[in-house]
Design a binder for this molecule. Structure first.
Ligand SMILES: NC(=O)c1ccc[n+]([C@@H]2O[C@H](COP(=O)([O-])OP(=O)(O)OC[C@H]3O[C@@H](n4cnc5c(N)ncnc54)[C@H](OP(=O)(O)O)[C@@H]3O)[C@@H](O)[C@H]2O)c1
Length: 334
């Protein structure tokens, strides 16, 4: 039987566990060119929240009764296409919240055979989409120069923690913004950030003035909303704002809160740019090579917060938005 976590009801505002239910269906027979993947891990990513709404985001919303779409990694346990989906090999794909996923002959979303030397978990984080997002956002859009001040929000999260470390490797002065003393301590003591602002306890505007007296050259923003507005006021001349994510507004109904300080973008001749990793396919291989090298050399570190059991995926998604995790949040399926 295939155990799945499906969408029972669409969230109105913040996501809650009762939006989901667990169901079981027989594992389907394989057709020509298809393969069966036994799912090992699913990544818990903020983008999932957008797929719970009918309108979706860059991909359509998940239908009621369908398994929740999510990135993940599994092992091929049966195959009708040995060349494309070799038996026993690990594959990263949009596996969804379920124990088994049939890989179709005409798979529309990317399917990647995992290098046998790579730890499965790392394919969902530093050597996967999160690492690529951080690398491409920093090198393609932010482009921090040595000595520049680089600020990153959701700094102890999957993308933010890697983005800050890459900026540090480029010689920037890196300031994280994260919720709580444990997160701030991790990014400074273990990851080598120069400082971290606990936005839940500190006044961010005051701390930015102290920590970045010349202003913020780059803001790598994962959160949007009020935090973004606060940082806009502290921009340096020719500052760059990378709009990587808008976490604070994902479960807000209606229009996003206004940015009162947008005038500083003009005044400081700054540049604000939306960014999506999917637009930078051409640089994926280069990015993956560089990230693998840094990771192997211990110059980039990461950590995982793992919940055991597929049935805990809804709890994990709620935790993602409450901030009750450190590093990359994943669910171990089997
Ligand atoms: N543009 C792209 O191509 C792309 C690709 C992948 C991901 N992203 C975006 O990157 C961002 C980070 O994703 P991730 O996977 O690395 O998630 P994550 O940072 O590991 O987890 C989310 C964190 O965001 C913080 N947060 C949640 N709600 C918040 C709020 N209302 N205000 C302030 N902080 C809040 C929490 O940390 P605190 O405890 O510190 O508040 C939480 O731990 C997301 O916006 C995601 O959509 C963009």
């Amino acid at each position: 039987m295939n155990r799945q976590v499906v969408l029972r009801a669409r969230p109105q505002g913040p996501v809650t566990e009762d939006c989901f239910e667990v169901v079981e269906h027989p594992v389907p027979d394989l057709g020509p060119g298809e393969a069966l993947l036994e799912v090992k891990y699913v990544g818990i990513d903020p983008t999932i929240r957008g797929w719970l709404d009918e309108r979706g985001n860059y991909l359509p919303g998940v239908a009621i009764g369908e398994p929740i779409r999510s990135n993940g990694v599994g092992v091929v346990v049966a195959t009708n296409d040995e060349e494309r989906f070799p038996l026993g090999r690990a594959i990263m794909a949009m596996v969804g919240w379920q124990h088994y996923r049939v890989l179709a002959a005409d798979e529309f979303l990317p399917v990647t055979i995992v290098d046998e030397q790579v730890e499965l978990l790392d394919t969902l984080n530093v050597l996967g989409h999160n690492g690529l997002t951080a690398y491409l956002g920093v090198t393609e859009v932010a482009k921090p120069e040595p000595g520049e001040t680089f600020v990153v929000s959701a700094a102890a999260g999957a993308v933010g923690s890697i983005a800050g470390q890459i900026a540090k490797l480029r010689g920037a002065h890196v300031i994280g913004i994260a919720g709580g003393p444990a997160k701030c301590a991790w990014v400074v003591d273990d990851l080598g950030f120069d400082a971290c602002i606990d936005y839940k306890a500190d006044d961010v505007a005051t701390r930015l003035k102290e920590l970045a007296p010349r202003g913020v050259d780059v803001f790598f923003d994962n959160v949007g909303g009020e935090l973004l507005d606060t940082v806009l006021r502290r921009l340096a001349n020719r500052g760059r704002i990378v709009l990587c994510g808008d976490l604070s507004t994902y479960d807000v109904e209606g229009p996003s809160p206004p940015l009162h300080n947008i005038k500083y973008v003009m005044g400081k001749r700054a540049r604000m740019e939306g960014f999506n990793t999917l637009d930078h396919w051409a640089r994926y291989l280069e990015a993956a090579d560089q990230l693998s090298q840094w990771y192997a050399e211990g110059r980039i570190k990461c950590r995982y917060d793992t919940l055991d059991g597929l049935d805990r995926a809804p709890e994990a998604l709620v935790r993602l938005f409450s901030g009750d995790h450190l590093g990359k949040l994943v669910v171990k399926v089997s």
